[in-house]
Each structure stands twice: as C-alpha cells, then as structure tokens.
Design a protein around this ligand. Structure first.
Ligand SMILES: *[C@@H]1O[C@H](CO)[C@@H](O)[C@H](O)[C@H]1NC(C)=O
Ligand SMILES: *[C@@H]1O[C@H](CO)[C@@H](O)[C@H](O)[C@H]1NC(C)=O
Ligand SMILES: *[C@@H]1O[C@H](CO)[C@@H](O)[C@H](O)[C@H]1NC(C)=O
Ligand SMILES: *[C@@H]1O[C@H](CO)[C@@H](O)[C@H](O)[C@H]1NC(C)=O
Ligand SMILES: *[C@@H]1O[C@H](CO)[C@@H](O)[C@H](O)[C@H]1NC(C)=O
Length: 214
C-alpha cells in the first residue's frame, strides 16, 4: 500500500489535485454503492413479487377442487301409484360443476334411484368432461318401478303403502364419479366425487316437494 502510494504520488501534481482526485474516487464509490443498494432493492422487490405470483398461482390456479355431482329438481313425465306400488318416468337434470382452472374428465358412471335400500331405477352417465370453470349438464331419462321391491323387501312395501297413501314418494338418488382434473394441459390429478340426494315427490301434483343433497 505505502509502496503503491509512493509510486503514485510522485506522478501527481503538487497543487492539491490528489485530494480532489481522492474525493472524486470517494464520490464515485458512493455512487456505485447507491447503485448497488438500488439494484438490491429492485431485486428484492422483484423477488417478493415473484413469490406472490407463485403463491397466487399455486393457491388459485393449481389448487384442485372437488367437482360437484348433483341432481336438480326432476321433471315427472309419468307417475302411476297404486297400493304399495308405483311406476314412472322422470327426466333428472344431473350437473357436474367444475370450479377448476382446467377440464374435469370423468369416467362413465351410473346414477341409482332407490326406495330405502331397494334400487327402483338407474340411469347411465356416459364418459365425458366438464370444461374449465363450467357446469356440464346432463338430462338423464330414467324409468322407475317398484316391481323389484315388491318381491324382495316386504317391510319396504308396507312403508311404501303408507307413504303413497299420504301422497308422497321419497327417493334417494346417488352415485359415484371418478375422473381427472387437468391443469395447464399437463398436470393431471385424480378426483372423485359423489351424489347423494333425497327427493320427496308429491304424487298427485307430479312435482318435487323437496330436494336435499349431502
Ligand atoms: C326444488 O323444488 C323445491 C320445491 O319446489 C324448492 O324448494 C327447491 O329450491 C328446488 N331446488 C332446486 C335445486 O331447484
Ligand atoms: C306398474 O307396472 C307393473 C308392470 O308393468 C304393473 O304390474 C303394476 O300394476 C304397475 N303399477 C302401477 C301403480 O301402475
Ligand atoms: C330389477 O331386477 C332385475 C334383476 O335383478 C334388474 O335387471 C333390473 O334392472 C331391476 N329393475 C330396476 C328398476 O332396478
Ligand atoms: C360410492 O363410493 C363409496 C365409498 O367409496 C361406496 O361405499 C359406495 O358403495 C359407492 N356407491 C356406489 C353407488 O357405487
Ligand atoms: C301435493 O300437491 C297438491 C297440489 O299442489 C296439494 O294440494 C297437496 O297438499 C300436496 N300434497 C302433499 C303431500 O304435499
């Protein structure tokens, strides 16, 4: 250091210029330091911004929601009720609501209609998909009949007689659905969902009195 100083000073003019050179150097250093601080702040802000973008992306876009598999109030096309027996046909509006940022591709499945434990009708849902943040609407036609129940479940038959006598018919509508949510065209996540609804039908009015889903 001293050796260097000795080498430099003899070359410097004697009019005090070295002092101002030193000042200039210090100012330049200070300016450089400020520049570095500024750059560090920019990088820091950018990094924070990136983290926020990644978090939002991860929490909103990449989050996989369970699609909703539901049935709405069905339309009764025909319904004939006798003493402890019934026959009918319905159009059941089944909905697959997909809240994901990508399509939900589901497998074929079956929706069951039952009176108590006894299946009285069934309808198939074909393999398809519910698009990006939308609801797939499927109107299922189903024929229901108490004919199977009559033979297999005497307790249910007597319960059915009582219920039909008071003018209502309570059916459970249920089914499972399996499929995959596809995100960013490449990420696939298996997601299954189910429907389990209880519907009370007013037999004489041929209309839905109440509908509740789990
Ligand atoms: C179904 O009909 C019942 C009775 O009319 C009504 O209270 C209920 O809100 C309807 N549900 C749907 C999903 O439309
Ligand atoms: C339902 O249909 C079956 C067979 O077709 C018939 O035996 C039964 O009487 C019908 N029940 C009613 C309530 O119409
Ligand atoms: C009644 O039972 C038969 C034989 O098990 C079955 O093939 C048919 O689908 C059943 N009917 C209904 C309405 O569930
Ligand atoms: C739906 O899945 C549940 C649980 O995995 C199972 O207990 C039930 O029997 C399934 N129901 C149908 C209709 O496949
Ligand atoms: C069925 O609907 C009719 C006509 O709307 C009404 O008079 C009757 O009270 C209803 N029955 C039941 C059990 O809700």
């Amino acid at each position: 250091m001293t050796e260097k100083a000795q080498q430099v000073y003899p070359l410097a003019p004697a009019n005090g210029a070295p002092r101002s050179d030193e000042d200039g150097l210090a100012m330049e250093k200070e300016a450089k330091r400020k520049k570095r601080v500024k750059l560090a702040i920019y990088i820091g802000v950018f990094a924070v911004f990136q983290v926020i973008v990644i978090l939002v992306f991860g929490m909103v876009i990449m989050r996989v929601h369970r699609p909703k598999f539901r049935v709405g109030n069905l339309t009764v096309q025909n319904l004939a009720a006798g003493t402890g027996s019934f026959n009918g046909s319905f159009v059941a509006p089944v909905r697959v609501k997909n809240a994901n940022f990508g399509p939900y591709k589901y497998e074929a499945t079956t929706v069951f209609f039952s009176y108590g434990r006894d299946v009285v009708g069934r309808a198939d849902v074909t393999k398809s998909k519910a698009n990006f943040k939308s609801t797939k609407k499927i109107d299922l036609e189903v024929a229901v009949s108490s004919s199977n129940l009559t033979a297999s479940d005497p307790a249910a038959v007597s319960k059915l007689s009582g219920e039909l006598g008071s003018g209502t018919l309570t059916l459970r509508i249920y089914g499972n659905m399996t499929g995959k949510v596809e995100l960013m065209l490449i990420f696939k996540k298996r997601k299954s969902t189910f429907m389990d609804c209880t519907m009370v039908i007013n037999v004489s009015a041929k209309s839905v009195k109440s509908l509740e889903c789990k």
